[in-house]
Design a protein around this ligand. Structure first.
Ligand code: GRF
Length: 210
């Protein structure tokens, strides 16, 4: 039994992960609805993708706010107004604060283009390529206050090929990101994502098989 989620998708850039979610919804592979797409950058191509799919968009420029908390308060207000119950950071290039975390406890996920905890932060694919790893990939994780530090929900590995450069690796990882993000949203719809918090231990996320 699928439980449709009202998703709020936060973006800063191209929006191919957003597009993957929208395609999965349009094709009936996901039951959720994207209730709002919010960008911290005006003119982000992701906004155009949302508009084409008739999804309401908001631009909330972080530079208009004196602090991260105030920016997050504006995000929370916009997400609440849209009735969002689950937040997806899809190429959203801002760190979020307790204000957002408290408003959506264990309900914010991020997609990151490496196998965390390796290569957090920006340019993860180039970091991995420059390091010379043989396997990289992508991670969907719950968001906490750190940079790509939250509990891992799911990962996909991508082999680094001898003739790769940072860009070809980035493209192959991106394809897996699209699939992984849709997979995790689907698992959540089916109630298969379980957060296991135990005193003194790192919070874990279990995804039960379908
Ligand atoms: C993706 O690689 C994502 O993992 C990272 O930023 C990129 C966003 O791509 N956080 P897109 O905007 O979804 O095309």
């Amino acid at each position: 039994m699928k439980r449709a989620q009202k998703l709020g998708v936060l973006v800063s850039g191209t929006g191919t992960n957003l597009e993957a979610i929208l395609a999965a919804i349009a094709e009936g592979r996901l039951a959720s609805e994207v209730a709002v797409v919010i960008s911290n950058k005006a003119g982000a191509p992701a906004l155009e993708r949302a508009e084409k799919a008739s999804i309401p968009t908001r631009v909330i420029p972080h530079g208009n706010y004196a602090s991260r908390e105030e920016f997050d308060q504006a995000l929370v207000a916009a997400l609440r107004e849209a009735g969002v119950d689950w937040v997806v950071l899809a190429g959203f290039m801002r760190l979020i604060t307790k204000t957002m975390l408290d408003a959506f406890p264990n309900r914010i996920v991020n997609i990151h283009p490496s196998l965390l905890p390796a290569f957090p932060g920006v340019d993860a694919q180039k970091q991995a390529f420059d390091y010379g790893v043989k396997v990289s990939g992508c991670t969907v994780h719950l968001v906490d206050g750190g940079t790509d530090t939250g509990p891992v929900i799911a990962q996909r590995a991508v082999t680094v090929l001898d003739d790769d450069d940072a860009d070809s690796l980035r493209k192959r990882i991106l394809r897996e990101e699209h699939a992984l993000l849709v997979e995790v949203i689907g698992a959540r719809e089916e109630g298969r994502v379980e957060v296991v918090a135990a005193a003194g231990a790192r919070t874990r996320v279990r995804v039960r098989p379908s």
